[in-house]
Design a protein around this ligand. Structure first.
Ligand SMILES: Nc1nc2c(ncn2[C@@H]2O[C@H](COP(=O)(O)OP(=O)(O)O)[C@@H](O)[C@H]2O)c(=O)[nH]1
Ligand SMILES: [Mg+2]
Ligand SMILES: [Zn+2]
Length: 298
């Protein structure tokens, strides 16, 4: 192998076929090598790549590491953690969308942290209890005063993550508070697009600490749930960790755990062990996926 083989790096930005790759020697601007293009591999922010150097200091990417996961919207790869942001008020918390996001996170094998923001407007305790009962880490924040924000900092340390949640919950505000050094860039691009300014839409991975990366994608908040074909109604169970114990304990071999009389999961809901809101979300997702599966095979 020549000395130019097997240099390694990570894609931070990809724009119009030009990739900014973070390497030992700083940022290297790369193009995709012809083999990758021929193989139809679409490179994503977060990809760990092999590249070779040209004489002029630019590079070309010759291969990528196997991905831990990838996403269509935002188009990123190798995420360790999804920070799900909800507001306790204005907008009112949308428990269904939070549960969809946790389900997606589970299906992609990422960790989850739930942030309940705008605690100055309403008491987060009830919502916090629901998700803590399910085993999630919940952080309460006020992005305006900065309260609780440092806890997020500690939890994302050493990980690659992105913030998800519906519009208006305070994602941009939290990012500004967390990372003032890059805050002029992140979070506000979507506003510029809304204002009709000519802003390039691109996804970017920011290095915000030692081995800590934050993906930011303009105009994006909710993951593209309907494109999640990979989830099967039967494997949905794994996305609700608080239910797993009762699913295995359920006396029925073939139980959807959505409506069956005598189902152990439904009993746990009635007993107040599993939050009712979570089970409702489970039923709804189950119904959606069964429907998609039916369509696929008809
Ligand atoms: N009262 C209050 N307002 C907040 C808080 N966090 C954000 N906001 C406000 O909520 C609005 C939406 O916030 P933004 O960060 O743009 O939300 P995004 O759409 O999720 O990025 C803005 O007017 C913020 O100033 C908070 O903790 N408390
Ligand atoms: Mg925003
Ligand atoms: Zn059951």
């Amino acid at each position: 192998m020549g000395m130019n083989d097997e240099l390694r790096g990570r894609i931070l930005v990809g724009q119009k076929g030009l990739y900014t790759v973070e390497t030992d020697r700083g940022s290297v601007m790369c193009k995709a090598g012809s083999k990758l293009r021929k193989d139809g591999i679409k490179l994503l922010c977060g990809d760990n790549v092999f590249y070779r150097l040209n004489d002029d200091g630019s590079g070309f990417i010759v291969g990528i590491d196997e991905r831990k996961n990838d996403f269509i919207r935002p188009p990123v790869a190798n995420m360790d953690l999804i920070v799900i942001v909800a507001a306790v008020k204005s907008p009112d918390p949308d428990i269904k969308s939070i549960n969809m996001l946790t389900a997606i996170a589970h299906s992609k094998g990422t960790d989850v942290v739930i942030v309940l923001n705008k605690t100055d407007l309403s008491d987060p305790t009830e919502l916090k209890t629901i998700f803590e009962k399910c085993g999630y880490t919940v952080i309460c924040t006020n992005a305006v005063s900065g309260e609780g924000v440092s806890e997020i900092h500690n939890l994302i340390k050493g990980k690659t993550c992105f913030f998800a949640g519906v519009s208006g919950v305070g994602k941009s505000s939290l990012l500004h508070s967390l990372f003032p050094e890059i805050s002029t860039e992140i979070g506000d691009i979507s506003k510029k697009i809304l204002r009709g300014k000519n802003t390039t839409r691109h996804t970017q991975l920011y290095k915000v600490g030692e081995k800590t990366y934050l993906a930011d994608s303009p105009g994006f908040g909710m993951l593209d749930f309907l494109n999640f074909d990979l989830m099967d109604p039967d494997s949905l169970c794994d996305s609700f960790p608080e239910m797993v114990e009762y699913m295995t304990r359920c006396k029925y071999k073939k139980c959807s755990h959505t409506k069956e009389d005598g189902c152990a999961v439904i009993k746990a809901v009635e007993d107040g062990i599993i939050p009712r809101e979570r089970h409702e979300a489970f039923c709804e997702l189950h119904r959606l996926m069964a429907l998609k599966k039916e369509r696929r095979y008809s």
